[in-house]
Ligand binder design. Structure first.
Ligand code: URA
Length: 212
């Protein structure tokens, strides 16, 4: 089955991990994406933010959360008292999955499957082991499923402090996890409830920020 495991290096720090991830062929998503978008930030970060997968801009620029969702996330983090510059930012899936109506047309984000999320989990587990953050924030359902299992539901589990379960190769410490909606979910959907969705995101991030 799909699995990034065989592509992981046997040692080294984040630079070795990032370099190996660039050549990952653990699932078919590498075929259409421009590049692997690995996590970004310091191994000393106390908080790790986990998104779903890179979007169009992230795929082009090679860094997580540099597009519209990232701008919104940075603003929400600052409002919640978390300095975005001191966070480690990554995704459950490291390649952009998209649908394209025709060549040259806009690339439309497609959610990753559970198989793809599971295949990519060894990279996330290795990042968690190296950074060993005090608090992990799962942004949306895909991150939640990767970290907590396939029965995770954002609506029922958001905004509460949960123990981070041990992932294979994950941290040995006692990290905590707070889940919330994905910042793209604030942008998508109607204008009507956008302010409420944004306020909900900030409120959940505050729960995480208060643990630091
Ligand atoms: N959405 C994500 O989940 N991750 C990114 O890096 C960008 C958008």
């Amino acid at each position: 089955d799909y699995d990034a495991g065989p592509f992981l290096p046997s040692g080294g720090g984040l630079p070795a991990l990032r370099e190996a991830a660039a050549g990952c062929r653990g699932c078919p998503l590498h075929q259409d994406a421009t590049r692997t978008v690995f996590g970004s930030g310091s191994t000393r970060a106390r908080v790790m933010l986990v998104g779903e997968q890179p979007g169009d801009q992230e795929d082009r620029q090679g860094k997580p959360f540099v597009g519209p969702a990232g701008k919104l996330l940075d603003r929400a983090l600052e409002e919640a008292g978390i300095d975005p510059a001191h966070a480690y930012v990554t995704n459950a899936v490291k390649h952009f999955k998209f649908e394209q109506a025709a060549r040259g047309k806009r690339r439309i984000h497609k959610p990753p499957s559970l198989r793809e999320i599971s295949a990519c989990r060894p990279w996330l587990a290795a990042e968690l082991e190296l950074v060993d953050p005090e608090v992990v924030v799962a942004l949306g359902a895909s991150a939640g499923k990767s970290l907590l299992g396939s029965s995770f539901r954002v609506t029922s589990q958001r905004g509460t402090v949960l123990p981070l379960p041990p992932l294979a190769g994950g941290p040995s410490g006692e990290s905590l996890l707070v889940a919330t909606i994905h910042p793209s979910a604030v942008l998508r959907g109607g204008d009507a409830d956008r302010a409420a969705r944004y306020a909900g995101l900030v409120a959940d991030l505050k729960v995480a920020g208060e643990l630091l």
